[in-house]
Design a protein around this ligand. Structure first.
Ligand code: SF4
Length: 231
């Protein structure tokens, strides 16, 4: 089963849907307060899908990167499933970004453009040798840290996944795979048109009911179009 996941903000709440990219059907809905991170919706969507006792597990999970920290991602990866989303983009002004450094996930080492190598643990901050950085000819392009400090780089808990996603974006085939998720956009747009830009109710529970109503209508319309084509 291939899943796409998408959220949109509407008047104080965010709506989230999960759809099967093979059938275009919306399988699950969630509503969260707009100030909560997307990843909090993922377990609700997963529980919604679990209640349907579907025969197939999620094989490929296509998500916005806002969901990448969710437990659902870990579930799919632990079952050797595939997670597809755009990686976080490293920014550092005009200085070298993280992508200018070479990360070796197998050896757990990171090499800077001047060739200095450090070991790392995921979920930590690596500091390059301050003395080597102090005499480095590339320093002006690398760090604005004080002279007594070396360049630092944050290594995320999910660095392995981010590393793999970064490789995907570097190849045309990988970019094609990442674009498969856009198939969920029309589903979300249709739901948005049914619900409008303003939440109809106060409170998550009632708005979730309204979102499920809109999603059911959108699914029925998909059935209807298919039946008309088959007739
Ligand atoms: S300043 Fe330090 S981390 Fe940056 S390129 Fe030079 S040696 Fe490497």
């Amino acid at each position: 089963m291939r899943h796409g996941r998408k959220s949109k903000r509407f008047n104080g709440y965010k709506r989230h849907i999960a759809a099967d990219l093979d059938t275009s059907m919306i399988l699950a809905c969630a509503v969260t307060p707009a100030n909560r991170p997307e990843e909090e919706a993922a377990p609700m969507l997963r529980d919604d899908i679990a209640r349907q006792h579907r025969r197939r597990e999620i094989g490929s999970l296509h998500i916005d990167r806002g969901y990448v920290g969710s437990s659902l991602v870990q579930d799919v990866l632990s079952r050797r499933g595939e997670v597809l989303c755009n990686p976080w983009v490293a920014r550092n002004g005009t200085l070298f970004t993280k992508t200018d450094l070479s990360i070796n996930m197998r050896d757990r080492t990171i090499r800077c453009p001047a060739g200095q190598v450090e070991h790392f643990e995921t979920g930590s901050v690596v500091e390059f040798e301050p003395e080597a950085c102090a005499r480095c000819p590339l320093r002006a392009r690398c760090t604005m840290a004080s002279p007594a400090t070396g360049r630092t780089i944050s290594i995320a808990e999910d660095e392995q996944l981010q590393h793999r996603l970064g490789k995907l974006t570097a190849s045309p085939t990988g970019r094609d795979r990442l674009r498969e998720r856009v198939a969920i956009e029309p589903r979300l747009a249709h739901v948005g048109r049914k619900q409008g830009r303003r939440a109809r109710y106060l409170g998550v529970r009632k708005n979730l009911f309204d979102l499920r109503r809109a999603a059911a209508v959108v699914n029925l319309e998909v059935f209807d179009r298919r039946a008309a084509l088959a007739a």
